[in-house]
Ligand binder design. Sequence first.
Ligand SMILES: [Zn+2]
Ligand SMILES: [Zn+2]
Length: 867
Amino acid sequence: MREMFLPQELPKNYNFSEVEPRWQGVWRDEDYYFDPGSNRPQFIIDTPPPYPTGNFHIGNAFNWCYIDFIARYKRMLGYNVMFPQGWDCHGLPTEVKVEEIHDITKNDVSRDEFRRMCRELTLKNIEKMRITLRRLGFSIDWSKEYITMLPAYYVKTQKSFLQMLKAGYIYQSEHPVNFCTRCETAIAFAEVTYEPRETQLNYFDFDGVEIATTRPELLAACVAVAVHPDDNRYTMLRNRRLKVPIFGHDVPVIIDEAVDPTFGSGAVMICTFGDKQDVHWWKQHNLELRKAIDRQGRMTAIAGKYQSLKSSECREAILRDMNDQEILLRQEPLEQRVGACWRCKTPIEIMSERQWFIKIVPDEIMTAAREVKWTPLHMFLRMENWIQQMEWDWCISRQRIFATPIPVWFCAQCGEMILPEDSDLPIDPTSTRPHHSCKICGSSEVIGEEDVLDTWMDSSISVLNVTGWNGGSSPQIFPAQLRPQGHDIIRTWAFYTILRSVALTGKRPWDEILINGMVLGEDGFKMSKSRGNIISPEEIIEKYGSDAFRQWAAAGATTGSDIMFNWNDVIAASRFQTKLWNIARFILIQLKKKEFDHATVPTTLADRWLLAKLSETTAEVTDAIDQYQFDRALKALREFSWNILADNYIELVKGRLYSDDTARESACRVLWESLDTLCRLMAPFAPHFAEEIASYLGEGSIHRKEWPAHVYADTEALDQGDLLSRLVAGVRNYKHERGLALNAPLGRITIFTGRITDDAGDIARALNAEVVWQNNREALEKKAGDVQFNMAVIGPLLRKDAKAFMDAVRALAPEQLINPPASLHVGGKEITVPEGAFSLQFTYLVGGELVDVITVDDVIVTVRKSP
Ligand SMILES: [Zn+2]
Ligand SMILES: [Zn+2]
């Protein structure tokens, strides 16, 4: 038998602004720590480390809600859960912010000083974001917090670099890369976004051949002209060289199948580099390399008199000069998709540079990606497409400052690469020296690598970091169980993590990946400052509380699809809390009235029915969370609380609760169990709210209790109980239609069914009626009564015969009225009975007394008419 706990009465109103911070003050961080010594099954979540902007935005918060639902749920199921919190610090936005705050450029101070400023700003921002995380009630394991800019983390990034370098995955090469001239750094293909742009296609005379180009500023970098082999217009060009207009250097004409003869004039100029196709031709035909644009986006010396112009200025100047020389033939507008920098939207340039690359082995990555379970499944296709279209290796070097240094020196004499020992790490090769001199030439003069690592090199080992990797092979608790992330970073974070895990450990990084959608503004557009549609989590918490926000995240959209922010959904969540609070309050008042035995076995139909419904709901919520369908879980919870428990069950047993009936204890036991189960099921979604109600119901935090697993299978009770609740609803509706109060006495009602054998008197009490159960339909007598004529049909058709027709109908025998003849003899002639001319009223009797009839499903209920 369970202990007797006399529940307390709930206050009248639920006040989230008092309750939520109170529980946040009570809960201890230690309750959420991953226990490395535990023998419970592990559930490690490879959480995304956000960029520390100082503002934990609604998209982050949405993502974290999913993570917290799962973490809390898994803990209640008995898992040893790890919910770490990382911060992905490095990168340009912070550099730009620091320059702004201190009113400097990065070159005004030493690299060390600049990094120090970046770190300082980052730590301040992290502190601000931690506060929001706590306010949202996320059960984070703060002992597993990591900050990628701190030595404890970036030593691992450097180790992973060296390990992959030694394994042959990493190499240096002069190769064309995507370059952002505003960020002044190379970027990876995954960081290029393609956006439509209106531009101009310029036709000009190229040494007698008409050529169309959108980028005349690249004329100085022209290295060939290409035509299609079957294009008869250009057969005379074969084996010729052409003189480049304005600049005057000679270039070969090459023949290539890849030229589109229908674009422009069918002859194209190849420049190093206008686009990816140029790179392809350049390699295939072994062409010269001419760099016309530098890292700042200005023209180089080979551009002659245009040198040091910005590329856009150079374009205008060249078009002007072409016009003056009368070689500009015509211009057409053109819709084009242009690659732009992911972060700053500047159109990228393709430049050949000495850079560091990671070799991409598509098969290896695909095999591991297939071993991971993807939710929703279609997101795997995005990964598959990305892997299949992979043409270039991953460029991992960046020409920035605030990033993990590439831990490599070069011998100043012979150029040999010199690597640090693992024990020397972390290092900045620009400010430290190796312990030994060059093994090839013996020189002790070295040059430290100035390039730094792509920030994805930091974040792509997040899972290795949290599982305790520190160089070498995979840790014991690797792989993690779950990676939750947005669909916008599938081809970056997800892809790179798989690549790195395979390269470093030979294993997949996680068992499952869960992809969430993006949060859109109320207007359906991506939230942005310029649209003014940004809503912060703080604003929502202030108005409706964290739990309402969390419920919005769960209920607002199916997993994986984008979610539009909507205040109404938050308000609906808050209303549901009010409803559930009122239900709990009612229940607790009932439970408090009189002690009851928690071990009571419910035997009445309504009680068995509710337990069976509760069991169904528990199964539905459990299955939904297992499949990460949080909207479905919440829908089931709301449906049960609102419709089944409040509107049906409580109405059905209220009379019993107010009585001294012996079955009262059974109802109390069921109400107590329902409320306790609801608190547990709600705990992952609304942790403060569930904890608050549960604290009135029993001892101990709800978050340390078990997930409900009880199965109460009773198909008979389900079937009969559904009917029972519909019968009550049907008769209540009858009362309502007649303007009767719901508790008005109803006299005798007869229910014609054999399906329910015993309701323990619940219906009688709920309807304030005397109930007779009748299995014999013949006890209900049906009599033909008055005839009602439809004058709108009869009048126009029969005119002066109408009255005689109606008399003839009234004279018909009852059975003829039920099945009327096709025609009637009226005043000496046959009259066809018009369709819909009359209808027959019936009267019903039970035991000789007149009754009203209500139909519920296939069951008839009669109510004795008041005498
Ligand atoms: Zn950029
Ligand atoms: Zn050397």
